[in-house]
Design a binder for this molecule. Structure first.
Ligand SMILES: NC(=O)c1ccc[n+]([C@@H]2O[C@H](COP(=O)([O-])OP(=O)(O)OC[C@H]3O[C@@H](n4cnc5c(N)ncnc54)[C@H](OP(=O)(O)O)[C@@H]3O)[C@@H](O)[C@H]2O)c1
Length: 290
């Protein structure tokens, strides 16, 4: 397992004070916390949110990478970007982000993006990888969502974006744990809509398909080059579509899904199934008691 550490720094990046004073939009929309901001989808979220005027708190393990991202957005958009180095597979790392969400009233947006996969049958997956994946993809995401929801509901403002995956809809060979963690995120995030009903707090579930990122190398197994070109989206298109969905008020955004009636039909079917699952009598096909 990766060695764990948590190192919180409140030191701003080099141009912090300078730029914060020169951008009239800096901070006006508040502060966004982006987990997994050191690469891939999270890095593009950092860029796009900074372009919208958000100041940022960037979370991941690789401090150097985070500092690069922070320096880039500060230079390009004159916002403030802070680096919070935390290993979300460890309770102390998750707690540091939870504490920040609970104590900083300027935070208006949480993007729960950090996550990883392992393309291996369960029997070949090291136990440390399994526990770490569940800790990052499920436990940290759940605790960060709770902390944000408590704070945002108290202020009746704020947005939570949870990044799931198209792989969470149905069993997909070779990713038994990853697919299941993303199925968790689907059900968990959808379930929370009832907790924000009648408030100004928003929750969006983003379900990318296959997106260009280092995540494929981290996962091992198939490489991006092995996938048909036509099914792989750029990281930028994925985040831009996700933010367009957010702007349009979507609760669920699937950047690659061309025909969204499929998802609406799926939701209707799962509701019918849910209703049909509860009955005191065993189904006749089991021929119980007769
Ligand atoms: N790429 C795809 O095809 C695809 C499709 C559907 C969904 N997604 C989801 O999109 C999200 C982003 O993935 P990506 O594709 O952009 O992959 P990526 O480039 O590998 O990014 C993953 C991010 O998560 C962070 N992370 C991983 N383990 C962590 C830990 N223990 N503590 C803190 N941060 C951790 C990484 O930072 P450090 O390594 O620096 O800690 C990195 O910033 C994930 O939730 C993934 O499941 C991706």
């Amino acid at each position: 397992m990766d060695t764990w550490y948590i190192k919180y720094t409140s030191l701003p990046c080099s141009s912090y004070w300078e730029t914060a004073l020169t951008n009239p939009h800096s901070g006006k929309v508040g502060v966004a916390i982006v987990t997994g901001a050191s690469s891939g989808i999270g890095r593009v979220y950092a860029d796009r949110l900074a372009a919208r005027g958000y100041d940022l708190v960037l979370v991941a393990r690789r401090e150097e990478r985070l500092r690069e991202v922070a320096a880039d957005v500060e230079r390009l958009y004159s916002v403030r970007a802070e680096v919070l180095v935390a290993d979300l597979s460890q309770p102390a790392g998750t707690q540091a982000v939870v504490d920040r969400l609970a104590s900083d009233a300027s935070i208006t947006l949480l993007v729960n993006n950090a996550g990883f996969s392992a393309m291996r049958p369960l029997t070949d997956t090291p136990e440390a990888t399994i526990t770490s994946m569940i800790a990052v993809n499920i436990t940290a995401l759940t605790l960060l969502t709770k902390a944000a929801l408590v704070a945002f509901k108290a202020r009746n403002a704020g947005t939570i974006v949870n990044v799931g995956s198209g792989a969470g809809f149905a069993p997909y060979p070779g990713i038994p744990v990853y697919g299941a963690t993303k199925a968790y995120i689907y059900l968990f995030t959808q379930s929370l809509q009832s907790e924000v009903e009648g408030t100004a707090v928003r929750i969006q579930l983003v379900l990318p398909g296959a997106v260009v990122s280092e995540g494929w190398e981290v996962a091992g197994g198939a490489t991006l080059e092995q996938l048909p070109e036509g099914i792989v989206m750029t990281t930028e298109d994925c985040v831009d579509a996700a933010l367009a969905g957010l702007d349009q008020g979507e609760r669920v955004t699937s950047p690659s899904l061309q025909d969204d009636t499929i998802h609406r039909d799926y939701e209707a079917l799962t509701q019918s199934l849910l209703q049909a699952m509860f009955d005191r009598n065993p189904a006749p096909r089991y021929k119980v008691g007769g």
